[in-house]
Each structure stands twice: as structure tokens, then as C-alpha cells.
Design a protein around this ligand. Sequence first.
Ligand code: ASP
Ligand code: MG
Length: 478
Amino acid sequence: MKFGGTSVGSAERIRQAASIVHEHARSGNDVVVVVSALSKVTDLILSALNSARLGQGKEMEEGLKQLRQRHEQTLGQLCQGESKKALAAEVQATLKRLQEFCSALLLLGSATPQVMDMVLPLGEQMSAHLFTACLKELGARAAFVDSARVLVTDDKFGDASPDLEATRRQCREVIAPMLNQGQIPVVMGYSGATPSGQVTTLGRGGSDSSATILGAAIDAHEVWIWTDVDGVLTADPRVCPDALTLPEITFAEAIELSYYGAKVIHRKAIWPTMERGIPVWIKNSFQPQRPGTKIVESLPPSERAVKAVTAVTEASLVTLTTRRDVHFAEVFGRLFLRLGHEHVDVLFSTQSSSEDSLGLVLRQPDTERVVHAIQRLFRTELKHGVLNPVAVHRDIAVIAVLGSGMKGTCGILGRLFSVVARNNVSVIAVAQGASELNICFAVTASRVDDVVRAVHHEFLSPGRESLAAALVPPRRER
Ligand code: ASP
Ligand code: MG
């Protein structure tokens, strides 16, 4: 069971989360807990570190003060007496370490990703200690586990990938004996360590991955991700108030959904459990009695072709055009190689040979990096006009319409773009993958909510699909 930041955001939230765990353990399940830092704490640590690097001592101290207050307050509200003393000692030791690192960075004026990774998981270190203490208060047998002892990764600091076999061995040594003795291990999320013990992080929001990696490593029957929403919804409920919780989706759908903006589970987190066919639940720790969403290997075909509509609201389109006499595949091939090295996710790309141009739709924060990479990589080609200057179209949004039932169903694209057109929105770029699991298209950012609402209304509003089906029965391709 993994608990996200808001699910452990205060003493009250931690108590609620711990009682969920305790209840499940008491009814005969072996439970391993993975926790995120208290909500917003990783952001605070990061900004204290950045202030330190930039020589802004006052801002750094201010950040550290907030971190101290937040944890001391939570601690004070969580435990009393002897257990409070032991817990306070742990938390104080971590806060001191944080202070020392920041002071060192203030002196050095810089920090490598490796150094950042030594500090960023300290939020998880404190929340895991708080959670362990709370479970003990409830009468459970619980033990803190440093993620560096169990989760083995490569050395890509700041964005490490797991070594599942090595993690499995570590879990056999550390986690299994605890479970055998009836203890509940409480593991720090977000982080791990290289085989030689250097601390790494799995990327922001990486605690979901910690849970699925550990779940796969211990052959868990299920992984439960506790968050602050009811599960995976048909759309963002802030945009579409009539969005519904999906009872079940497939791993493939979950990957697409999280890649294109649904925030319930981290987009890199699905793989480890998918490979082993371990179901993942998304559940609301604020409303634990609600069913949530179950992510499974496969589902029988449903009558709904479209399952969800999501949006990446800050995106950009980078277009590269070559001169006609150039073999563009070679040019674009080099570019994709480079993007791979830089770990850039392309939301989707469009290319047709008649145009000699390539359109890359990127997340907005990646845009500058990609434009620079192109300018460096193709310096000569740009200078000699083999490539035209890079065109950047900002302020666009990407909408993804997803569902495995779209495969082979006729007429979805027609209906979709009719709806978009009825809203007087023009489509800037579009792609439908060969898997037919999703249709992605880009529109002006300012219209994204209107389009999402209209698409949701067309395909997903209650009763709507059966109405449409009655008017135009869905036809399968022959
Ligand atoms: N605390 C980390 C973050 O905010 C990891 C996580 O919460 O998943 O990125
Ligand atoms: Mg989080």
C-alpha cells in the first residue's frame, strides 16, 4: 500500500492512513507500506536546496524553518510520551542533516544531481518514521525501512531506473523476514540506491514507482495506491463535473492515461506490475469505502469505445523542415537519437514525406531544451540552409481520447472532430497510433477545457453513448 503526500499530509491524515493499514493487516494480510513525503515537502526541500545553491541564505533558512515547523507540529500531534521521544530523535536527526547539506551547498554554490538525490528523499525519511510510529501507537508491529536497503537502481541520479532482480534479492533479505515475524515494513518512497549504496531518486512523483517496483519484487498479490481522488476518472472532474470513476481499466490504458495528463498514477509506475500481471488499485484514502479503480491486464470488450479524455494543458509544437533534396529520414533519425539521450518525452509527432517536415509536440517545460539541442545538433545544416529555422508554436494543449474499444470501431474520428468543429476550434496537429488505443490532437491552449468538456459530453456523459449508439449503431470494421 502506497500513500501519497496528501494521504499523509497531517497527523490526522497519517492516523487515518495507518488505521487503513492496521485494519488490513489485522484481517490476515501481509502489508508493506510505501510513503511519500508529507504534501508539498519535496517542493520545499527542493526550493531550500536551490536557494542554497544560488547563495540565497535567507530564503534557504526560511525554507528550512517551514520544514522544521511542519514536521515538529505533525510529530507533536501524532504521539505522546516515550514513543514521542524516540520519534522526535529520528525527525530531529533528519532535520539536522537537511540543515547541514543546505549549509554545505550554500558554501559550494552548486550541487550535482547526485548530491541533490542525497537530500531530496529526506522528506520520505521523516514521513516513514512518522507513519511507523503511528502504526505502533495503534498497536501494530511496524518497522521503518530505508529504501536504500531494498530498492536497487542504476546511477541515473534524479531519474533512476530499477534493477528488479537485485531489488528482489534485497527484499528477500530485508522485507521477507519482517513479514514472517508479523511486522509491517514501512518503506520510504521516491528513492533507492545504486548497488554500491549511493542514494538515487526515481524522478518527481516517483513513490508510485517505488510501490509497483517493490510490489513486483516481493510478488505481491495486489498493489494499492492510496491517493486523494476516487480512482481513475473519465476526465478531470474540475473540468467535467459529471466525470465518472472507471471501475476497471487495463495496464495499457493506464499508461496512456497517465502519459497524457491524468494525474492519478505516475506514468512510469505501471511497468513493473504490468510485467508480472499484478493488479493495481487506485483508491481514495479520504473515502476508503469507495471502490476505486482496478488496473488489470486485460478486460472483455466493453460497449464504450471511448473510456476517457485527458489533456496536457501546457504543450508546444516544434517544427523542423528540411530542404527538398535532403534525405530527411537521416536528419530526423539523428534528432530522435538525441531526444532519446536527453530523455525527452515526445507527446506525439507528425511527419508525412510530401512535406519534408517533422512536427514534434512536446511538454512545454521540455521545449527550450529541445530547441537548444536541435540548434547544437544541426548547427551546420541550419547555417547552410539544409534545414529551415526551427519553428516553435507555443501555448497549445494536447487532448488525448483513449480506450482500447476504439480499435476497429468505425466513425470515432468523424464524431470526434465534428464535435471539435462545432465548438469552432481548429485542430493544429493530430495523431492516431497504430495501436488505436488513443487519438491525440493539439488545439490552442485557451480552448482546451471547452474541447475536453465537449468531447466528454459526446462520448462519456451518462446515457450519452447509448443515445449515440441508437442513432448511429457502432460498426466494427469488416
Ligand atoms: N515526494 C516525492 C515528490 O513529491 C515523491 C512522490 O511524492 O511520489 O516528487
Ligand atoms: Mg506525490
